[in-house]
Design a protein around this ligand. Structure first.
Ligand SMILES: NC(=O)c1ccc[n+]([C@@H]2O[C@H](COP(=O)([O-])OP(=O)(O)OC[C@H]3O[C@@H](n4cnc5c(N)ncnc54)[C@H](OP(=O)(O)O)[C@@H]3O)[C@@H](O)[C@H]2O)c1
Length: 288
């Protein structure tokens, strides 16, 4: 689906590479910054991007985990640098941007992957306004501040691509995810609009709306146990989005959910309400 939406130039470049049997990736020799590179989808993406020949800038809070990923990349002949940063701290993000630009010049590709998911019903959220604040801080304000910091240099060099790791829930509007999905939807919408403004400067955005991936994030929800794609499968889709630069990468189920929301919104409400009743709040959401 996403491929159908790839920019014509990116599709033509991919076709040309296949035609001349050139296995090379457009990421080779480029600088790619991946947030949330200390685990899960971000770690797998960092490793895959390094294998494609890019210099990877690893960002997350835990320095020892970033160092582990950096060493793994360098031991296999890749290039990487670690930048520990709490993306919810605005000053820290500004410092990160200054450090990265000074050391590497313009970043060619940015993967806004760091995130926090909360699956909790409204009932349990009643006295937890911080659920809304925390998800906005890491899923929206952090990536917007980082992207805004890196955009001017991308625009000046006439090239840049930003991939946002989002959720199919932005299309589905799944119950119990109101805090999480509102913050992901904010980034989805912001990027879509930003991309229209930067299009003329060669800077583009992709919104990937993933379904379930087996990571530390999905683990606390008992209903998800053992389900979903592997981090490596998800990373392969991120790499493809970096290479092809489609506007969105969706799942068929996400597209069906979005269509149902448009064509029959009350039917959609009824179906989701019935479905949701089958899956109560997890023990983690209840604080057990
Ligand atoms: N797993 C799924 O089913 C699924 C589905 C759709 C979308 N997603 C999205 O995929 C992305 C990656 O999640 P994942 O599943 O790979 O989970 P994960 O393994 O828990 O990874 C989350 C990453 O975000 C980083 N992070 C969290 N808060 C941060 C902060 N304040 N500053 C900097 N980095 C921070 C974490 O690193 P530190 O703890 O070291 O900071 C970690 O590297 C998220 O945006 C998530 O919403 C996941």
């Amino acid at each position: 689906m996403g491929l159908l939406l790839a920019t014509p130039r990116a599709r033509a470049a991919r076709a040309l590479r296949r035609l001349v049997h050139d296995p090379g990736s457009p990421l080779a020799g480029r600088t790619v910054l991946v947030t949330g590179a200390s685990s899960g989808i971000g770690e797998a993406t960092a490793l895959a991007v390094a294998r494609a020949g890019a210099t990877v800038l690893l960002v997350a809070r835990r320095p020892e985990e970033l160092e582990r990923v950096r060493q793994e990349i360098e031991e296999t002949g890749g290039r990487a640098a670690a930048y520990p940063c709490d993306l919810t701290d605005g000053d820290a993000v500004d410092t990160l941007v200054a450090q990265v630009l000074a050391a590497h010049g313009a970043v060619d590709y940015l993967v806004n992957n760091a995130g926090r998911s909360i699956r909790r019903s409204l009932d349990l959220t009643q006295d937890r306004f911080h659920d809304f604040e925390r998800t906005m801080a890491i899923n929206y304000f952090g990536p917007v501040r980082l992207t805004m910091g890196l955009l001017p240099a991308m625009r000046e060099q006439g090239f840049g691509h930003v991939v946002n790791v989002l959720s199919w829930g932005v299309q589905m509007k799944a119950p119990k995810f109101s805090a999480y999905l509102a913050s992901k939807t904010a980034l989805d919408t912001w990027s879509r609009i930003a991309g229209r403004e930067t299009y003329g400067d060669g800077v583009t955005f992709t919104n990937i709306r993933f379904s379930l991936v087996r990571t530390a994030m999905s683990a606390p929800t008992e209903a998800y146990a053992g389900r979903g794609a592997s981090p490596e499968q998800a990373a392969a889709r991120v790499v493809r989005a970096l290479e092809d630069r489609p506007v969105t990468v969706n799942t068929p189920a996400g597209d069906v959910g979005e269509l149902l929301n448009i064509l029959a919104p009350r039917l959609s409400d009824w179906l989701f309400h019935r479905f949701d009743a089958m899956f109560p709040d997890s023990r983690a959401a209840r604080g057990e």
